[in-house]
Design a protein. Structure first.
Length: 136
């Protein structure tokens, strides 16, 4: 019976064993945030119209395309681009973007006389010498 009491006392002692409570509780203050900055209004710039165009003609990589675009600065954009596809046809896209949305007119001109070559497949061929063995 004494052994059971000692085991019970040991279990109670280990259950209640803990670190001592601190003598004081440090006072934590709420974090102080800086006042938000007042945002200045966006500077009002006059509408800036633009216009650009470019063209690429690279027969080595068969990359042939061009684009031109212009804007009046008030959100109205008008332009077009064209490219030569792998089958030799030319795709021309004329587009406008304004308050009514984006509108594209796509045209395809078949066989403009230029066609990219078919894919070239390289096959490695190894020559192995042939030996003849004779039994003596």
């Amino acid at each position: 019976m004494a052994v059971k009491m000692i085991i019970f006392a040991a279990c109670v002692a280990t259950t209640l064993a803990q670190y001592a409570a601190p003598a004081y509780k440090p006072a934590y203050s709420a974090p102080a945030y800086a006042a938000p900055k007042a945002y200045a209004p966006e500077p009002a710039y006059a509408p800036a119209p633009y216009s650009f165009e470019y063209a690429v003609n690279d027969p080595h990589t068969y990359d042939i395309h061009s684009q031109q675009e212009s804007s009046d600065g008030y959100g109205n954009v008008k332009g077009s681009y064209s490219l030569v596809e792998a089958d030799g046809s030319t795709r021309i896209v004329e587009y406008t973007a304004d308050s009514y949305g984006f509108n594209a007119d796509v045209k395809k001109i078949e066989g403009s006389g230029y066609k990219a070559p078919n894919r070239i497949v390289l096959i490695d061929i190894f020559w192995l010498p042939q030996f003849e063995y004779t039994l003596n």
